[in-house]
Design a protein. Structure first.
Length: 272
């Protein structure tokens, strides 16, 4: 049985993953911003942590390792969606979502790595999104925060492999958590009429889709845990038929763009 450190277990993927891990006999150290746990269990320790508070992240990780003796898996789950056209989103809105989704993930990784390196083992699971692989209208800045998670994770995986530590990024499509609810998703304050048919459409869809997402988070977390427990977890784990379809569509578009300009693009080295 292993010990998992998970950020943001108050609800959604974090809560459901906690429940499933406890059911499988693992130990969970889970963070919530108000310090209250979604459930009580002998193998669950709930700690108060905002991923945007650097000192709290370091202190919480130290206390968690002291209490548990070691941590096997770190899950960076905490995050939220920001809806708005790129031009509509304010600097403050950009800063906050980047600080939470990317900065929070980076902070937790930095706090955990001295312990994982000392152990010579461990696995880091970073929640990205299908939006961390391909951008979509109305989610541009949220996608940027998840692209940042993916770029960092790709480098991290190479850096940590020789140290015996693994990395997996999870790319869910739409799953029925509270992600799209008014409590979670932030809508940019500014609305520009020119984007009514693109980002504006996404804004309307968010309310319509909330509660009707095809993805079952219980099935999603089972796949994530199975992958980590497999002993040979993938680096990239897309979740949901919608995620896989959009990722394959993007790969085909990238390949088509390369082919269309391959000969010209290849012929750009200095002569000789
Ligand atoms: N559900 C989807 O369709 C979907 C799709 C792609 C990716 N994802 C990703 O999956 C992850 C989990 O989201 P979810 O779907 O489970 O959404 P959710 O139901 O809204 O849960 C989000 C969790 O993140 C926590 N959180 C937010 N900001 C935080 C902060 N600054 N510090 C600490 N915790 C914070 C929330 O805690 P509080 O209760 O304190 O607010 C909550 O526990 C996110 O990274 C999200 O981007 C979700």
């Amino acid at each position: 049985m292993s010990t998992w450190f998970i950020t943001g277990i108050s609800r959604g993927f974090g809560r459901i993953m906690t429940e499933e891990l406890l059911r499988r006999g693992h130990t969970v150290i889970g963070t919530t911003r108000n310090g209250k746990g979604p459930l009580e269990h002998d193998n669950l320790r709930v700690v108060s942590m905002d991923v945007n508070d650097p000192d709290q992240v370091v202190a919480t990780m130290q206390a968690a390792v002291q209490a548990a003796g070691h941590i096997d898996v770190v899950v960076n789950n905490a995050g939220y969606g920001l809806v708005g056209a790129v031009e509509e989103v304010s600097d403050a809105e950009v800063d906050h979502v980047m600080a939470t989704n990317f900065g929070g993930t980076h902070r937790v990784i930095k706090a955990a790595l001295p312990f994982l390196r000392a152990q010579g083992s461990g696995h880091i699971v970073n929640f990205s999104s299908v939006g961390g692989f391909t951008g979509s209208a109305g989610f541009g800045i949220y996608c940027a925060s998840k692209f940042a998670v993916e770029g960092m994770s790709e480098a991290l995986a190479v850096e940590l492999k020789p140290l015996g530590i693994g990395v997996t990024i999870v790319e869910p499509g739409y799953f029925r958590t509270e992600f799209l609810s008014h409590d979670s998703a932030v809508v940019a304050v500014a609305h520009i009429p020119a984007y009514a048919d693109t980002a504006g459409q996404t804004r309307s869809n968010v309310n319509a889709v909330d509660g009707r997402q095809a993805g079952d988070p219980a099935k999603g977390v089972a796949v994530i845990i199975d992958a980590v427990e497999s002993g040979n977890p993938p680096f990239r784990l897309p979740l949901g038929a919608d995620s896989i379809a959009r990722i394959e569509q993007k790969m085909a578009h990238v390949q088509a763009d390369i082919e269309a300009w391959r000969s010209r693009a290849m012929a750009t080295a200095f002569d000789g």
